[in-house]
Write a protein that binds this ligand. Structure first.
Ligand code: FAD
Ligand code: SF4
Length: 497
């Protein structure tokens, strides 16, 4: 334990952020960093409790509680408190391949389940995680470590998001020869094309990909398995194949007027901007711009929030984000949402702070449903018709929404971004291999085993569990790698190179 009474002596302190009104003028990361002294003080608040819920990831009440990669949080907090940063880095890397990603974008379910949070403010965990790994890079402690010996076995990983990268890293370290196939022009999956640059600088992704390549992983971009190479051919050519192709098929939103010009799905909108920014600092104009427009984002989740932040940086005239859920309570509802569940409380995410700084209000409208779009004479969207809704339980006992008469309203909009969720993975790979799917159309692979009905084909990450979190993707990539390694050891004779 760092200090037995640290949590009583010191208050929680988290990373400061750049001024919201200033940071919307660029695309750089918005987090600032605590000083070394502040980090060590924060680490001293960790009690090293007997049953640390923070490092045991589980799903509770449809949310995540604790750390899905089982980061050894009390251990590295103690090491940070003592100033032993390199030792802390070793403990961190023992469970998490990419703490520089989770330290930036993880919603930190570990903090929601921290024991100190039962009686006060939880320990600052995520910021310490980021600092441990960033210090590791600065000090030159993070270097390429190719495996000492090769097994002669070849594994193909389809998809280069966090699941594919974690899986490839683990298998490569075990000595297998790994090739990662990515259909996009850059490696990283949603880390690159999805999560905006202000949350995760793409150089951070490229820095890790360079290391993995130095360690021997082969990356092949601009190749779509199932189109450029038939999926069956890949399965025949490699000793094992791991499908980590994500689950980004957009949920359709079809209502009157939804085919009007100016209505876009969130991923097209976000990715166009990221690609144009990386290719030309937005000078090629190959993206949908919100500049000078009244923008409405339909969807109250995190993807919608990233669209809000992107539209603000484009220079939109106004921004509104619609969500069907009611506004969350200011403090945790202890009866409905007890510790250690992820706390469902009203907060302003980074994009909401920015909108508030520019326009003086939280851009979100809660409990609202769009009923139709109306266009102008040229077929471009010009307004949205809405109604307020309330949650009810219908006669069959299902939770549903009911419109509240008299609450109809019209919102002007020249750009609408639809971020109402995802409908599982794309069908091509699944159909070509004849794989089974679950009721959400994700690839069916036994939880904890990752094997599909084809003995040498495995599935992990969002493709198996549905749209989720980076930290769950890393967890699944690591676990699937363990299963593949056991499969290779048990089913194929060894042939060292
Ligand atoms: C806009 C957005 C913001 C998000 N923000 C956060 C956040 O802040 N924090 C967080 O924890 N999570 C966030 N998430 C969720 C998180 O990014 C995902 O859960 C995670 O990336 C899933 O990892 P994955 O490796 O399973 O799949 P992906 O990251 O989706 O990677 C799949 C890859 O497979 C490739 N691929 C697909 N089909 C083929 C094929 N046939 N051949 C070759 N390649 C193929 C795709 O191009 C893609 O690169 C966000 C998601 C979105 C959409
Ligand atoms: S990966 Fe996420 S849950 Fe785990 S310690 Fe880091 S911030 Fe917490």
């Amino acid at each position: 334990m760092s200090t037995p009474t640290g949590f009583m002596e010191y208050s929680r302190q988290i990373q400061a952020e750049r001024n919201p009104a200033e940071r919307v003028l660029d695309w750089k990361e918005f987090h600032l960093h605590l000083t070394e002294e502040e980090m060590r003080t924060q680490a001293s608040r960790c009690m090293d409790c007997g049953t640390p819920y923070c490092h045991t990831g589980m799903e509770l009440a449809s949310g995540t509680s604790g750390c899905p990669v089982n980061n050894l949080i009390p251990e590295w907090n103690h090491l940070v408190y003592r100033g032993l940063w390199q030792e802390a880095l070793e403990r961190l890397h023992a469970t998490n391949n990419f703490p520089e990603f989770t330290g930036r974008v993880c919603p930190a379910p570990c903090e929601g389940s921290c024991t100190v949070g039962l009686i006060g403010e939880p320990v600052t965990i995520k910021s310490i995680e980021e600092e441990i790994i960033e210090r590791g890079f600065r000090e030159g402690w993070v270097t390429a470590k190719p495996p000492q010996r090769r097994t002669g076995k070849r594994v193909a990983v389809v998809g280069s998001g966090p699941a594919g990268l974690a899986c490839a890293d683990q298998l490569n370290q075990a000595g297998h020869s790994v090739t990662v196939y990515e259909r996009d022009d850059r490696i990283g999956g949603l880390l690159t094309y999805g999560i905006p640059t202000m949350k995760l600088d793409k150089e951070v992704v490229e820095r890790r990909v360079r290391l993995l390549a130095e360690e021997g992983i082969r990356f092949v971009t601009n190749i779509e398995i199932g189109t450029d190479i038939p999926a069956r051919e890949l399965v025949d050519q490699y000793d094992a194949v791991v499908l980590c192709a994500g689950a980004t098929k957009p949920r359709e939103f079809v209502i009157e007027g939804s085919d009007l010009e100016g209505i876009h799905y969130a991923m097209d909108y976000l990715n166009g901007t990221i690609k144009s920014y990386l290719n030309s600092n937005l000078e090629d104009g190959c993206y949908v711009s919100a500049a000078g427009k009244d923008v409405i984002v339909i969807g109250g989740g995190d993807t919608g929030t990233d669209c809000v932040a992107t539209a603000l940086r484009h220079g939109c005239r106004s921004i509104t984000q619609f969500g069907t859920r009611p506004q969350a309570p200011a403090v945790r509802d202890e009866a409905a949402n007890p510790w250690p569940q992820f706390p469902n409380v009203y907060t302003l995410d980074y994009a909401h702070q920015e909108a508030k700084a520019l326009y003086g209000r939280d851009p979100r409208e809660f409990s609202i449903m769009t009923t139709r779009f109306v266009g102008d004479e040229e077929g471009r969207v010009k307004e949205l018709h809405t109604v307020q809704i309330e949650r009810i339980v219908d006669e069959q006992g299902r939770k549903t929404y009911r419109p509240i008469p008299g609450t109809e309203r019209v919102y002007p909009a020249q750009l609408v971004i639809v971020a109402v969720g995802f409908d599982g993975p794309e069908a091509t790979l699944i159909e070509q291999l004849g794989l089974d799917t679950d009721r959400h159309t994700n690839v069916k692979a036994v939880n904890g085993k990752y094997g599909t009905k084809i003995s040498n084909v495995f599935a992990a990450g969002d493709m198996r569990r549905g749209q989720s979190l980076v930290v769950w993707a890393i967890h699944e990539g690591r676990e699937a790698a363990r299963e593949v390694d056991m499969y290779l050891a048990n089913h194929l004779s060894s042939c060292p190179e």
